[in-house]
Design a protein around this ligand. Structure first.
Ligand code: FAD
Ligand code: DHB
Length: 389
């Protein structure tokens, strides 16, 4: 079997890259470890930068997002019983779009199927090989047979636990990591969102986030202990705790209901350098993870796709290698800025077990400053709506 670009991983990075390359006549095969149903069942991110939305449109898959996605021109930040707003539109002339990762993935699969792109599901033992030669290939087991996929390039879009990053020799690879002493417990419920905009809340009981997917589907998160399990949290206990972390009038308005999904995600900052080894390029969670506080995970994956896709198109159409040669450097420059933002939002909004009284006062002062200072609000807004590619 042969293709131009072998894409390992059929999550949002791999699918978006595949679709953009396909638009330029570049052939790809996507290898996915799970079933399509499994990939579509994962409830993850919900906020898209306009850069991401632009890529979806460029890939020819923006129609449903433009119809059903909800434009958010600002966000609420709650602390000490009050609530203030960061006005993205006024401060940056830009906004974000609330449209779930599940919907993004569904649209991308639909488009790939309609275009006749090859996707192989339930591939096991996927191994990228001979990466530092001109003839890389991937081997894997599919429907009981060992398959070899020869290609010009490999895109490692296989998430944090995938094999691509591990295929970069240890002596070449540097990994930077920061763990946080808490997780996020998230629930999805078929209830109307408590407000039209998201609310990020810092409270003395810990962080909370009110988000949404549509007019009758809400997504809420609370900071929880790393040792907690979703089954430890009855719905009632979740709602009670969430209300305690929100301003009183917001809590009073909150409509509760049975959860239709409940999960816990640990928080992690992680970067792997370089993002290229020979003819393999890492993209998205395969190369980096951010804590979710700034809604940057999926969006950073999209910026990688942007740089990689342009590099590949320049290579195939004009014989230019600079974009691919500079891919790792260019992508990492933006990634580190996003890492900084996600880390600072996490520090600003969570309670840390080791926080001293001094630390708590500094955090409160930072929130107070943010609530009254336009320059500080603009800095947050520019990062939140997305730095330019
Ligand atoms: P993934 O979505 O992880 O996709 C990788 C794909 O590769 C998967 O389909 C996987 O099955 C496949 N794969 C893995 N191993 C192999 C293999 N060996 N062979 C073949 N295929 C393989 N971001 C936010 O902005 N907000 C959030 O609220 C948020 N919540 C999250 C919750 C969880 C539990 C997780 C894990 C992530 C969350 N993120 C969130 C991050 C965001 O979802 C990711 O940044 C985004 O999914 C990255 O896309 P990706 O395609 O790079 O990786
Ligand atoms: C959502 C997740 C985030 O991490 C975030 O910062 C905002 C919204 C969400 O799932 O809706």
């Amino acid at each position: 079997m042969r293709t131009q670009v072998a894409i390992i991983g059929g999550g949002p990075s791999g699918l978006l890259l595949g679709q953009l390359l396909l638009k330029h006549g570049i052939d790809t095969v996507v290898l996915e470890r799970r079933t399509k149903q499994h990939v579509l069942g994962r409830i993850r991110a919900g906020v898209l930068e306009t850069g991401f939305a632009g890529l979806m449109r460029e890939a020819g898959v923006g129609a449903r997002m433009d119809k059903e996605g909800i434009i958010h021109e600002g966000t609420g930040i709650a602390h000490e019983g009050g609530l203030f707003r960061i006005d993205f539109e006024k401060l940056t002339g830009n906004h974000v779009i609330v449209y779930g990762q599940t919907e993004v993935t569904r649209d991308l699969y639909d488009a790939r199927e309609a275009a006749g792109g090859t996707t192989l599901f339930e591939c096991s033992g996927v191994r990228p090989q001979d990466l530092d030669t001109d003839a890389p290939f991937v081997t894997f087991l599919h429907e009981g047979k060992v398959v070899r996929l020869d290609c010009d390039f490999i895109a490692g879009c296989d998430g944090f636990h995938g094999p691509s990053r591990q295929a970069i020799p240890e002596e070449v690879r540097t990994e930077y990591e920061k763990t946080y002493p808490f997780g996020w417990l998230g629930i999805l419920s078929e209830t109307p969102p408590v407000e039209d905009e998201l609310i990020y809340a810092n409270s003395d009981r810990g962080f909370a986030l009110c988000s949404m997917r549509n007019a009758n589907l809400s997504r809420y998160y609370i900071q929880c202990a790393l040792s907690d399990r979703p089954e430890d949290w009855e719905d009632e206990a979740f709602w009670t705790e969430l209300k305690r972390r929100l301003p009183e009038d917001t809590a009073e308005k909150l409509v509760t209901g049975p959860s239709i999904e409940k999960s816990i995600a640990p928080l992690l900052s992680f970067v792997c350098e370089p993002m290229r080894w020979g003819r393999m390029f890492l993209c998205g969670d395969a190369a980096h993870i951010v804590p979710p506080t700034g809604a940057k995970g999926l969006n950073t994956a999209a910026s990688d796709v942007h740089y990689l896709y342009h590099g590949m198109v320049a290579h195939y159409q004009d014989g230019e290698s600079e974009g691919l040669d500079r891919y790792s450097e260019t992508a990492l420059e933006r990634i580190w800025k996003t890492q900084r933002f996600s880390w600072s939002m996490t520090n600003l909004l969570h309670r840390f077990p080791e926080q001293s009284e001094f630390d708590l006062h500094v955090q409160a002062a930072e929130l107070a400053f943010l609530s009254e200072n336009e320059a500080a609000q603009r800095a947050l807004a520019e990062n939140y709506v997305g730095l330019p590619y």
